[in-house]
Ligand binder design. Structure first.
Ligand code: MN
Length: 227
């Protein structure tokens, strides 16, 4: 059907060693999924059910630049493993969950911590703190066939060469198959869905001019400059 206004462009992310890209449908994020990060944010590290929030597909940004957003003086970095789905469904069993994964990438869940904190205190939604423009820098996607299993591997972030965040994927409270299974009980998942799986301890503020180097073993590093 012709459209009454110009149709929005699809969001397509680069795939490592491929001319073809990955089209994005939805973006889900897991909160508090590393015990040490839950503790640093003032929460109990015990295994409570996972909880999710969303960003927008066009918040994903492979450009390598992160524009410091307005209305915040406390914007934090959160390095996360991103999982890209090639198929989906509802109530996916844990032991079938990885069959739905197309690939993986390094990503950043950039957060206006002050706005998120105000929202938490007031019992309001988190979007202003989480789903702002270009709030999810993302690296090149590596197909699961080449990456292998997301069970373990070093995850780390430096800012201007100084180590700020470090952990291992084996410290995820909810593992990737469990995240997919749980999320598929709440929402019908489908090809093009992207899941950010949570951040290890060491989150902190960024400033204009900072250079962030985000790395996960087996994936191309993500280098981002705050502009
Ligand atoms: Mn996060």
């Amino acid at each position: 059907m012709p459209t009454v206004i110009p149709a929005p462009q699809p969001i397509i992310l680069p795939v490592s060693d491929s001319e073809a890209g990955f089209p994005v449908r939805r973006v889900y994020c897991v909160g508090r999924n590393y015990a040490a990060h839950a503790v640093e944010m003032g929460h109990d590290p015990d295994k409570e059910p996972p909880f999710f929030f969303q960003k927008n597909p066009d918040n994903l940004d492979p450009s390598g630049q992160f524009p410091y957003p307005p209305l915040s003086g406390d914007v934090h970095h959160e390095i996360e493993l991103a999982v890209m789905l090639k198929s989906g469904g509802s109530d996916i069993p844990v032991d079938e969950a990885l069959d739905h994964v197309y690939g993986y990438a390094v990503s950043l869940d950039m957060t206006r911590r002050d706005l998120q904190g105000q929202a938490k205190k007031a019992g309001r939604p988190w979007e202003a703190g989480k789903a702002f423009e270009r709030s999810a820098p993302v690296g090149k996607i590596v197909p699961a066939t080449r990456f292998g299993s997301p069970e373990n591997g070093r995850i780390a972030l430096t800012v201007n060469g100084t180590l700020r965040q470090e952990g291992d994927l084996n410290q995820l409270i909810w593992k990737v198959p469990e995240i997919i299974a749980n999320l598929s009980g709440l929402f019908r998942l489908d090809a093009g869905d992207v899941i950010l799986t949570g951040t290890p301890a060491g989150v902190g503020p960024v400033e204009k001019g900072d250079v962030l180097e985000a790395s996960i073993a087996g994936l191309p590093p993500l280098n981002v400059t705050v502009v």
